[in-house]
Design a protein around this ligand. Structure first.
Ligand code: GYE
Length: 359
């Protein structure tokens, strides 16, 4: 788990989960971070996990971990509609191959019903650890129940569940989406410090995911604190570049270009918004700021060109950490209920030095 801890930040809230004797896990249950909870400190690189909070929490699930030799990971991917997702799935396959583990990867194509049957089918194929990137944080619950009934450990990845860690799933590996939203809010507040009112358009991702809920939550937290954010629009463009371009074109038309900043829940949408702003004759970083999330190479290049203002990295490449976590579970080690992957806000001032974080 050493390697994991070097790159993963420990959750500051006192939550933990215990792996006992490699066969069962029990522990206190604390929800994954949301807008109400304190986010992990982003500078605590070497933080150790919180102490095990105890093994007698009511309702904790007895997970049955396989041996390393018998490990067959089933990975239920939410969709493969973006570069982010394909890189994520490829990374899971690569690490499984490198470590010699069997893995079966299925793609729900953004459909919650499909994801439920995908997980059923992974269980039927004998997968004994299930990793899930949930299309929808609520709708995934029956799949979690099916795993729980069999004691099959579930690890949430990159899009969480609204269920209870330790009970509905073992742990969650992800960027801290609340922190990403905060970073975006702080960046915009700083860039627009000379403005009395900041007219903001929030272009959201696919509704129902914990990424969208928390990226919005963190951003609104800052907006509430600042007190001068005027939300001109809060609308989904489904993480899609073309949809975001259309949404932005409409917003620019209806507001006569009177927007100070676009906060986009991912880079694909930031790149689409940028095209709309350019077509409307707006100068990015002068007339309007555009902030995304993800850290695609394409966005880094756009930041260098001055066609996107900033992004917050959110790497899709953390399968190593997830497999370290699975190996730790198998070894009977204590797992926390949340492992945050480190993010870095990137703009023109630090894009060169962070370029390699891209995908
Ligand atoms: O930011 C976006 C993708 O859930 C973290 O989903 C992920 C997000 C990512 O489609 O580009």
């Amino acid at each position: 788990m050493k390697k994991v801890l070097a790159v993963i930040l420990s959750l500051t809230m006192a939550c933990s989960l215990m792996a006992c004797g490699g066969a069962s896990m029990e522990g206190e249950t604390t929800p994954a971070p949301d807008t109400e909870t304190e986010a992990p400190a982003n500078d605590a690189e070497d933080a150790e996990p919180a102490e095990n909070a105890g093994s007698d929490a009511a309702g904790a699930t007895e997970w049955i971990w396989p041996s390393k030799e018998e490990l067959h990971v089933g990975y239920s991917q939410a969709d493969l509609a973006s570069t982010w997702r394909t890189v994520e799935s490829d990374d899971m396959q690569r690490v499984a191959d490198e470590r010699g583990y069997k893995i079966t990867i299925v793609n729900a194509e953004g459909d919650t019903e499909q994801q439920l049957s995908d997980v059923e089918s992974l269980l039927a194929q004998g997968c004994n650890v299930i990793v899930i990137t949930a299309v929808d944080g609520d709708a995934i619950q029956p799949a979690l129940d099916a795993c729980k009934e069999k004691g099959v450990p579930v690890i949430m990845k990159a899009r969480g569940s609204n269920g209870v860690p330790g009970v509905d799933y073992v742990t969650f590996f992800s960027s801290d989406f609340v922190a990403e939203g905060r970073y975006a809010g702080e960046w915009i507040a700083k860039a627009c410090a000379d403005k009395e009112t900041i007219k903001v358009a929030e272009i959201q991702g696919i509704l129902g995911g914990t990424d969208v809920r928390d990226r919005s939550g963190g951003f609104h937290e800052v907006a509430d604190k600042e007190g001068n954010f005027d939300f001109v629009v809060e609308q989904t463009a489904n993480f899609s570049r073309t949809e975001a371009q259309e949404v932005a074109a409409n917003v620019l038309q209806s507001t006569n270009g009177e927007i100070d900043a676009f906060y986009c829940h991912n880079d694909e949408m930031a790149l689409g918004v940028s095209l709309a702003c350019q077509s409307a004759g707006l100068k990015i970083n002068e007339d309007v700021y555009i902030v995304g999330v993800d850290g695609m190479y394409e966005t880094f290049d756009a930041i260098k060109d001055g066609t996107v203002s900033a992004t917050i990295t959110c790497t899709p490449k953390f399968a190593e950490q997830v497999f370290d976590g699975i190996e730790a579970g198998i070894a009977g080690e204590t797992l926390e209920t949340f492992y945050a992957i480190e993010d870095v806000p990137v703009d023109a001032t630090n894009v060169e030095e962070n370029y390699d974080l891209g995908f």
